[in-house]
Write a protein of this length. Structure first.
Length: 128
């Protein structure tokens, strides 16, 4: 494997593991949703060209930095209320492709459901 490809693969794997680790600090429902979304996105972008791969990794690195900041702040917060994510500006929204807007709507729908399809805590509590 040539050096640049080896470095790229190492960078992707390191980022992937880092994000999974950061997701551990999320509430269980968001962790499950985030893990699945990330796995799907990384799989979907496995064979993109170098420019798109670079943009993809940069955006996920930005996400990792933001999530690290938010999880650190939430751990230190004494309010008991957790806040994750960030708002997209109108400029950022307009720059998205139709497919990306659709994915965002799906994600928002899943993340804001009043009652999740499953509740891992309730399921494990019933078994004990």
């Amino acid at each position: 494997m040539p050096g640049s490809i080896k470095h790229h693969v190492s960078r992707v794997r390191t980022l992937y593991r880092k994000i999974l680790q950061l997701h551990r600090a999320l509430p269980l429902e968001l962790k499950a949703l985030g893990d699945q979304y990330m796995k799907d996105e990384f799989r979907r972008h496995k064979s993109v060209g170098p420019e798109e791969a670079q943009r993809f990794l940069q955006e996920w690195e930005n996400y990792a930095v933001l999530l690290h900041q938010q999880t650190s702040r939430n751990v230190q917060s004494s309010t008991g209320q957790l806040h994750f994510g960030s708002h997209l500006s109108e400029k950022e929204l307009n720059a998205l492709a139709d497919e990306q807007v659709g994915q965002l709507k799906e994600l928002m729908h899943e993340a804001t459901k009043p009652k999740r399809q499953f509740n891992i805590l309730e399921d494990t509590e019933k078994k004990h």
